[in-house]
Write a protein that binds this ligand. Structure first.
Ligand code: ADP
Ligand code: MG
Length: 245
């Protein structure tokens, strides 16, 4: 079953210093329960694609369908509601609120119509799943990078999203910690949950069902295929600026 499709996704940023074509006609379909990684050099459009999938930005041209609904049909308020109900986000820089405890941070996106006791139970359960039962009352600056990212993973899952979008979730972590956190993200996310993760780390892409390679806002093609299963990839990797965004 299809969860998310992008058709001819094009994004042009126009600013004082000229225009940038961040995405140049992306066609992609992502199935329910699939774990897809997006790799590519800095500036290739990975974050832009994720923002559009996350209903945080709109394409200049093209169509995004989520759950078979063209998201263009939603007004701003509906878009926000659909985003909260459907999508969890994990960012490289964690995005935790420094004045809130781990437990409070996880509860932040909880939908307003839910009951506070249930929210707390859910937040505790999720923090337990990521191994932080003994850090509930800790503030972000009392946590390691890996722990902060675990809190943000718990937060992303608090509304039981159908889709988790992670933009360089291991970008600020050392390799071992990054690999552990990445595996935990997969482990705590239910099999029916779809994950799209941008990563700079090619080796992490090997955990995914499918790799999307972006170069200059285009999916790198291999023959007629725009998407290359991991098993069919060669050792050749795209040139990479090596700068994390
Ligand atoms: P990546 O995540 O792969 O490093 P991005 O999606 O962040 O790439 O950026 C793709 C291109 O779009 C880059 O050239 C970047 O400078 C440009 N870009 C991204 N966001 C904006 C913006 N808000 N305004 C102008 N240009 C942008
Ligand atoms: Mg980026």
């Amino acid at each position: 079953m299809m969860l998310l499709t992008g058709e001819n996704l094009t994004k042009r940023f126009a600013g004082g210093s000229g225009t940038v074509d961040a995405l140049n006609g992306i066609n992609v379909q992502i199935n329910t329960g699939e774990f897809v990684t997006v790799v590519g050099p800095s500036g290739s459009g990975k974050s832009t694609l994720l923002s559009i999938f996350g209903l945080l930005d709109v394409p200049s041209k093209g169509t995004v369908c989520l759950h078979d609904t063209d998201i263009e049909q939603y007004n701003h308020r509906e878009r926000t509601r659909v985003r909260k109900e459907t999508i969890g986000f994990v960012f490289q820089s964690y995005g935790l609120i420094p004045t809130l405890t781990a437990l409070e941070n996880v509860a932040v996106p909880r939908l307003l119509d839910s009951d506070p006791a249930a929210t707390e139970r859910r937040a505790k359960e999720l923090l337990g799943k990521v191994g932080l039962s003994n850090r509930l009352k800790h503030y972000p600056d009392e946590l390691s990078g890996g722990q902060k990212q675990r809190v943000s993973i718990a937060r992303a899952l608090v509304n039981e999203p159908a889709l988790v979008l992670a933009d360089e979730p291991t970008g600020n972590l050392d390799r071992d910690t990054g690999e552990r956190v990445f595996k935990e993200l997969l482990a705590v996310t239910g099999d029916d949950v779809t994950i799209v993760a941008v990563t700079h780390d090619e080796y992490l892409a090997e955990f995914s069902d499918r790799v999307l390679r972006l170069i200059d806002g285009r999916l790198k093609t291999s023959g007629t295929d725009t998407e290359i299963p991991v098993s069919e990839q060669t050792s050749e990797t795209p040139t990479d600026g090596g700068v994390n965004h």
